[in-house]
Design a protein around this ligand. Structure first.
Ligand SMILES: Nc1nc2c(ncn2[C@@H]2O[C@H](COP(=O)(O)OP(=O)(O)OP(=O)(O)O)[C@@H](O)[C@H]2O)c(=O)[nH]1
Ligand SMILES: [Mg+2]
Length: 371
């Protein structure tokens, strides 16, 4: 072979090898940034007996926000909810193993109690990094009951990182991710799954069946946000007039869930000719101690929430439980109506003003002022 040609081939070979190494490196780097986890670095959402955690919706808000932080910081995500009942008796890991027992003993740790400190949103909206100053801690524990990670989607400093992770930054909000994240993290235990499948078959007997879900949150007794007492009849009339007038094929079933048990019987009386479903004795506040079995209580509340991912139509209170359950559907804002103030600015001024409400279509994230 002529030396010139030999030289050419050698150069080509070297260039191709370098190119292949470079491309492989970039591919591995991309995969690492997306899925890689730092060794011995954990972030845990916790709610234990001495903590004030709020209801199931509050917990999910804090939990998924912590999950969002775990994605951004490449830390292994963990959940430890043991207040009144250990969550892992009810929900078990699906794709992501979140058991807190995987942390080695005696690692360094730091607890951040974000609680309902909404001022943190100002910080997270503008900061260039998160949790950097404690990046040496093996375990970061977060306690909180609000959606503290949503504002990252508006923070310019995180756009690139979110893109690397495969998220469109404006969609890095709980409303758009809850369905995927809930499925990545959770499934029902075996016993509950059997109960769930059976009930779902009854609620949606054919492919044409449609499920209307009504969630009525009266509000905790004595709380300023308690709703009007005639809420029940308003819900039933709205559902009747909006969806049932021409249900000649009888395709609709109705699922009722509430923080007051009596609404379920009330609905059965009103919708005499319809298939009305509910799970009995599920109207419990998970944060309240009670004489009955605490795991049964939490289980019933979570079971209602889990079922609601099947709602084709949602008519819900202006309530975390109802709204998060609806976001947990394939299309979070489809056929969704919220019993709330017609003028949402009134809620910006006083969030707990829940008198004289009406049904507002919640088709876009900005339609409802929801904390
Ligand atoms: N089974 C059931 N329980 C509910 C329902 N609404 C509220 N609860 C109970 O009341 C608790 C409090 O509600 P949260 O989960 O905190 O949700 P929320 O609607 O944001 O309530 P606020 O604290 O008033 O904001 C829940 O965890 C449940 O225990 C419901 O429709 N069905
Ligand atoms: Mg609450």
């Amino acid at each position: 072979m002529r030396p010139k040609l030999k030289y050419k081939i050698l150069t080509m070979f070297v260039i191709t090898t370098f190119l292949m190494i470079f491309i492989s490196y970039k591919l591995i780097e991309r995969q690492y940034l997306k899925y890689g986890r730092l060794v011995n670095r954990y972030i845990s959402f916790e709610c234990n007996n001495d903590d004030i955690c709020g209801g199931w919706a509050d917990r999910l808000k804090g939990l998924f926000s912590t999950y969002a932080f775990s994605l951004i910081t490449n830390r292994t995500f963990l959940i430890k909810i043991t207040k009144n009942c250990d969550l892992k008796n009810i929900l078990i890991p699906n794709k992501i193993l979140w058991y807190s027992s995987q942390v080695p003993n005696s690692v360094s740790n730091k607890t951040l109690n974000y609680a309902w400190n909404y001022n943190l949103e100002i910080e997270f909206r503008n900061s260039t990094t998160i949790l950097k100053e404690i990046s040496n801690e093996n375990l970061i524990i977060i306690k909180s009951g609000f959606m503290f990670s949503n504002v990252l989607s508006e923070n310019r400093n995180f756009q690139e990182r979110l893109n690397q992770l495969g998220y469109e930054p404006s969609k890095f909000k709980l409303a758009f991710q809850l369905r995927k994240w809930y499925q990545d993290l959770f499934r029902l235990n075996k016993r509950l799954q059997v109960k769930y499948d059976k009930l779902l078959k009854q609620m949606k007997p054919t492919v044409n069946s449609k499920l209307i879900c009504a969630q009525l949150r009266m509000g905790d007794e004595g709380h300023v946000g308690e709703s009007d007492l005639d809420m029940g009849s308003k819900f039933w009339n709205f559902i009747n007039q909006t969806f049932l007038i021409d249900d000649k094929m009888n395709k609709f079933s109705i699922f009722i869930t509430s923080d007051r048990e009596y609404f379920k019987k009330d609905a059965e009386l009103f919708f005499r000719n319809k298939r009305v479903f509910y799970t009995g004795n599920s109207s419990l506040h998970v944060e309240r101690p009670s004489d009955s079995n605490q795991c049964e209580n939490l289980e019933k509340v979570i079971f209602d929430f889990h079922l609601m991912q099947n709602c084709d139509i949602g008519v819900v209170s202006h309530s975390g439980f109802g709204i998060l359950a609806m976001w947990n559907r394939p299309d979070p804002f489809k056929d969704l109506y919220v019993y709330t103030k017609k003028n949402q600015d009134e809620l910006r001024q006083n969030y707990w003003n829940r008198k004289n409400l009406t049904f507002v279509k919640y088709g876009n994230l900005d339609d409802i002022y929801f904390l």
